[in-house]
Design a protein around this ligand. Structure first.
Ligand code: ZN
Length: 417
């Protein structure tokens, strides 16, 4: 394996320009979500695979949100390794950018544009891994599947979520996702989400006669500090994650300041939207709050909702209604899984650094694989300006990510236990 790997890595180095160009081509096809239309980029990627002689199945449970699945079949059905990447990207307001977000410009060792870090570079790495394994033309002791999906930026229900419920071919034994993490960091789990809409109801009256009414905005604003007070509420950290979480807390604190360390294993609270009242001189009868709680590992989204409801009740605000407008469960892959060791070893080999293992604070499609008990790791380039103006990636990390994905995939099949 070592020899073949070295040969393949040399090939990646000599193909550097081609790989950078492929990533740039992908950026040049806008696949903003919303609206999430990935028809054009999916058809480009399907052509790339077809030209190689690879079969691609297309699943389109939602119009204009196709998902591509391609499988290399070997001598047996197991082990089955999955490479997963999403094709959609965040929207981009070009006025705020220093360059064209969909220009895919390559300059000073960087590839510029929306999706460069999240995650058209990771997608490129997985795609090149898949086609390189195919080009090796060695008997594969198992199956390798590439899934290129839509709808990730809006939750993944019609992408990875749908595939795992409807296409048994994508239920693998392990999965690697090239979502941004950082060259010396990989992620084996993520926090859950508990998105709640709170509705405070009151009674309308003339503003000059306000004691005759009941002010819903005042009620909702009384609730806000109560909700904020739940910040940092801790989960029951599983023993096998204790050291990982301790290290991550220290490292996030060093980079972003003291108050950020509780984000790793505590509840986070963002009051994101407020809507209430009809007119300045009318006592408002209704006020709505939309609040984004991120739930640590060890707490379910419904446990969080119950705790939040309890806090409002304690404050005498039990008549404020709350309902889910979105949720996902915190999830993780055991650090003892084979794929964890493979990713660690390959990052060490490619970059010469011992990587830090982390829990992602946001949600990815990794959750759907982990819900199904499939060990899943997130490894990709640093999230340079992810979701912000002037997003980019570096060619160095694009190539490094590609090598890590390739190394992990090859060793998954050919290194044994
Ligand atoms: Zn992403």
């Amino acid at each position: 394996v070592k020899e073949i790997k070295e040969r393949v890595f040399r090939r990646i180095d000599s193909d550097e320009d081609k790989i950078a160009k492929l990533c740039s081509d992908l950026i040049r096809i806008p696949s903003r979500n919303p609206p999430g239309d990935t028809t054009e980029i999916a058809s480009f990627l399907k052509d790339v695979l077809n030209e190689k002689g690879l079969d691609v199945k297309t699943f389109e449970p939602r119009k204009s949100m196709p998902n591509l699945v391609s499988t290399l079949k070997g001598s047996s059905d197991t082990p089955h390794f999955i490479l997963n990447a999403h094709m959609d990207v965040f929207p981009a307001n070009g006025d705020l950018w220093d360059f064209d977000p969909f220009g895919g410009e390559i300059r000073d060792g960087k590839i510029l544009g929306r999706g460069a870090s999240d995650m058209k570079s990771g997608l490129t790495a997985s795609l090149v891994t898949f086609t390189s394994i195919y080009d090796l033309d060695l008997p594969l002791p198992g199956k390798l599947t590439l899934t290129l999906v839509s709808d990730e930026e809006t939750g993944g229900r019609w992408g990875t979520g749908w595939l795992l419920e409807n296409v048994p071919d994508v239920l693998g034994d392990a999965c690697l996702i090239g979502e941004p993490s950082g060259r010396g960091i990989f992620k084996l789990g993520e926090k859950g989400t508990c998105w709640l809409k709170f509705t405070a109801s009151g009674k309308a009256a003339h503003g000059a006669w306000h004691p005759l009414g009941d002010n819903a905005i005042v009620k909702a604003s009384t609730a806000i500090p109560k909700l904020m007070s739940l910040k940092g509420w801790k989960g029951r950290t599983p023993d096998e994650l204790r050291d990982i979480i301790k290290t991550q807390k220290r490292s996030i604190e060093n980079t972003y300041g003291k108050e950020t360390s509780e984000l790793v294993d505590g509840l986070s609270v963002n009051v994101g939207k407020i809507n209430g009242g009809t007119k300045i001189n009318i006592v408002p009868a209704s006020c709505e709050l939309e609040v984004d709680f991120r739930v640590p590992i060890g707490i379910t989204s419904s446990e969080a909702k119950t705790k939040i409801g309890g806090e409002l009740k304690k404050a005498g605000l039990e008549d404020i209604r709350s309902e889910f407008i979105g949720s996902s469960e915190a999830n993780f892959t055991s650090p003892n899984e084979k794929i964890v060791k493979l990713v660690r070893n390959n990052v060490e080999e490619v970059y010469g650094i011992s990587p830090e293992i982390q829990i992602a604070l946001g949600a990815t499609d990794g959750k759907y694989f982990r819900y199904k008990g499939i060990p899943t790791i997130q490894y990709g380039p640093h999230p340079y300006n992810m979701g912000a103006p002037n997003e980019y990636t570096t060619i160095d990390e694009l190539i490094g990510t590609t090598k890590v994905h390739l190394g992990v995939t090859m060793e998954y099949f050919w290194l044994g236990e």
